[in-house]
Design a protein around this ligand. Structure first.
Ligand code: IMP
Length: 184
């Protein structure tokens, strides 16, 4: 697996340090409120697990899973919920936790869908942001890192279901990503 790595962009330590800062900011912004964290499966699983453990205010955790149809490294923009929330989010403060915002289409769909349930507020926290690729402008309230237009894996992010369990975030060698992948 390590042989497939082209370049490590963010080390486990970089990620951990940034997550502590994000958690501190979130804890202070939501002081006195009950926060509902909505983790978007599967990519944000490690991010959510680490973030929530550094949050110092009461917090409820729920999960949602979206499937988007598209190539291995591209989003088609067509999405549907494949695992819905268990919590009732009406009149509650929700924070969507995403792994990466790329075109913004997935997050846009998710926000439109969740707003229909009338939450008290809705904000977004993403570990990674690839702003160059944006098709739909989406508000990002908490951002871990801005990255270039590169396809990345690790720390929850996958390529064809693999590489999620790596502790760092990296690019893969071009022969692994293949012709459907993008490296620039
Ligand atoms: P968007 O709809 O284009 O913003 O894409 C969002 C989803 O595409 C993310 O939640 C990821 O699952 C996936 N994705 C986008 N870029 C990458 C990447 O560089 N590596 C792995 N998955 C990605």
């Amino acid at each position: 697996m390590l042989n497939d790595v082209e370049e490590i962009l963010l080390s486990a330590e970089d990620i951990e340090n940034r997550i502590k800062e994000l958690a501190e900011k979130i804890s202070s912004d939501y002081k006195g409120k009950e926060l509902v964290l909505i983790s978007v499966l599967k990519g944000s699983m490690f991010f959510t697990a680490d973030l929530i453990r550094h949050i110092s205010i009461p917090v409820i955790l729920d999960f949602i899973a979206i499937s988007s149809y598209g190539e291995a490294t591209e989003t088609s923009g067509v999405a549907r919920i494949i695992k819905d929330l268990e919590e009732n989010i009406e009149n509650r403060h929700i924070l969507i936790v995403e792994d990466i915002v790329d075109t913004g289409l997935t997050l846009g769909y998710l926000m439109r869908t969740l707003k229909l349930k009338n939450p008290a507020s809705i904000k977004v926290c993403t570990l990674l942001d690839k702003p160059v690729r944006r098709i739909l402008e989406v508000p990002i309230d908490y951002k871990g890192f801005e990255i270039e237009d590169k396809f990345v894996v690790g720390y929850g992010l996958d390529f064809l279901g693999k590489y999620r369990h790596m502790h760092f975030i990296c690019t893969l060698k071009p022969d692994i990503i293949g012709i459907e992948g993008r490296t620039a």
